[in-house]
Design a protein around this ligand. Structure first.
Ligand code: NAD
Length: 477
């Protein structure tokens, strides 16, 4: 059943003629949602509504904390229904989707607690009789622009800290996940926040650009592709707005000869293929020490043959489709380019073709660092495997890309593990774990082209969502 979606401004639905639609990527005959592509007028209306909520929002910290708790509780209660909607709209498997909703619920609860822990500082002044106070105040109106691949968790890790620190929000969810976004918006709207505290602008590029350009938006928090991120950073900084951006990665996973190869193969399969490779933390490059190359490849190949690919709404499915025909075409173009260069791949699907937005999991073997899958984000269940002669060579290869989101190492050597954590040029280093899968209360973000600006999640979120102010006071004479 298709839903006609509306923007949400100042506590009310704001209807607009739909011009976009999202189909179920596992069954393209089903239209899941129709939505408008909002423009400048609506962005300005939403920003004004948000600005109007700033006073009431900062009036009572306990009310904000309670509202964040209520949103967290509602997400946990409604996890099954939301997970099914995510599966239907984006193709994420229902198990992964449920895990994501639970994580989002816990994120809201975490920031409910943080709202009560906003502390300042008091300095000893260099001047006798003077006090120096430092406070962390709200930035104002936050524009949040989110992708489709974590349609509840990423909005949660922007909206929850924004509110916790006293900001109001205009949120532009992905056009590929707007039914899910509307369900989350409904939960937020029922939490007892001041009218206009969170507004939702639906649409695609048009709506995103309108939001970034609006002078009443004080800061932009963006997650998405590198290309869009660069344009958002450029537009926001040109008008002097604060901006943070989390973008792509071509994350590497090193497997040394001393590693537990079964664990490493499980980690490689999880990182490269689960969520159909559509995680910014996915493993794109497996870099294996020569002595373990054959044994690791065999283990990965047998696991690929056992992958359960199919309807994302079924509990037993491990890998669903890509999000859209466009994403499927992009992945197909990349793999065709690899094959045209004579590159060979192990194929994780067994002859039944790839209907709708499904694609076959592929592991390209005998890769060189210059091969496409080794240097560009494909964002599908596609990875490359290259063989190296030493840990040092592996680390150099891992670091030799322009991205630096995350990287992994499988080893039983404590010395190598310690060295890797210090020398991998990534924001998130994983040892004996898949590259994907992070905690919600710890800082998240990459290095190099993967990220711009302050870190997200955990207490690190305070940096982006507050302005630091210093007040000097002398006693009256
Ligand atoms: P995308 O860049 O196509 O879209 C992201 C959001 O930006 C969407 O809401 C989109 O409508 C909006 N948008 C599009 N053009 C815009 C413009 N010109 N100005 C403002 N907004 C605009 O990304 P996607 O395909 O939705 O998501 C996948 C990408 O996101 C991948 O590259 C992935 O690596 C990245 N990602 C990164 C992280 C991270 O934390 N590093 C997390 C998840 C996804």
């Amino acid at each position: 059943m298709s839903q006609d979606l509306a923007c949400h401004i100042a506590g009310r639905r704001r209807e607009l003629a739909p011009s976009l639609e999202q189909r179920n990527p596992a069954d393209l005959d089903e239209v899941v949602a129709r939505l408008p592509d909002a423009g400048e007028d609506l962005a300005a209306e939403a920003a004004a509504a948000a600005a109007g909520a700033l006073g009431p929002l900062t009036a009572g910290v306990e009310a904000r904390a309670d509202a964040l708790d209520r949103i967290g509780d509602a997400l946990l209660e409604q996890r099954s229904a939301l997970a099914d909607l995510i599966a239907r709209e984006t193709g994420k498997t229902v198990g992964d989707a449920e895990g994501e909703v639970v994580r989002a619920g816990r994120l809201f609860r975490f920031f409910g607690g943080e709202a009560l822990r906003i502390v300042g500082e008091r300095f000893a002044s260099t001047r006798p009789g003077v006090t120096v106070e430092v406070s962390y105040d709200p930035v104002g109106v936050i524009g949040a622009i989110t992708p489709w691949n974590f349609p509840v968790a990423i909005p949660a890790w922007k909206i929850a800290p924004a509110l916790a620190y006293g900001n109001a929000v205009v949120w532009k969810p992905s056009e590929h996940a707007s039914a899910t976004a509307s369900a989350l918006m409904e939960i937020i709207a029922s939490a007892g926040l001041p009218e206009g505290a969170v507004n939702m602008l639906l649409g695609a590029r048009n709506a995103g650009e309108a939001l970034v350009a609006d002078p009443a938006i004080d800061a932009i928090s963006f997650t998405g592709s590198e290309t869009t991120g660069r344009s958002v950073i450029g537009a926001a900084t040109r008008r002097g707005a604060r901006v943070q951006a989390e973008m792509g990665g071509v994350n590497g996973l090193i497997v040394l000869a001393d590693a537990d190869l079964d664990a490493a193969a499980d980690g490689a399969i999880n990182g490269a293929f689960f969520a159909a490779g559509q995680r910014c933390t996915a493993t794109s490059r497996i870099i294996v020490e020569r002595a373990a190359a054959t044994a690791l490849t065999q283990r990965i190949e047998s696991r690929m043959a056992a992958l359960r690919i199919g309807d994302p709404r079924r509990r037993e499915t491990q890998i669903g489709p890509l999000v859209s025909p466009r994403q499927k075409a992009a992945v197909a173009a990349a793999t065709a380019a690899m094959r045209a260069e004579g590159r060979k791949a192990l194929d994780g699907r067994r002859g039944e073709g790839a209907p709708a937005c499904f694609v076959n999991p592929l592991l390209f073997t005998d890769m060189d660092p210059g091969d496409l899958v080794m240097r560009e984000e494909i964002f599908g269940p596609v990875a490359g495997l290259m063989v190296v002669d030493s840990y040092e060579e592996a680390l150099e290869a891992l670091n030799a890309v322009r991205f630096g989101l995350c990287g992994g190492l499988y080893t039983t050597s404590l010395a190598r593990a310690e060295h890797f954590k210090r020398h991998a040029r990534v924001g998130i280093a994983m040892v004996n774990l898949p590259t994907a899968g992070v905690d919600y209360h710890a800082p998240f973000g990459g290095l190099k082209a993967s990220s711009f600006g302050a870190r997200e999640q955990g207490r690190a979120a305070r940096e982006f969502y507050t302005v630091t102010r210093t007040a000097y006071q002398a006693a009256p004479r």
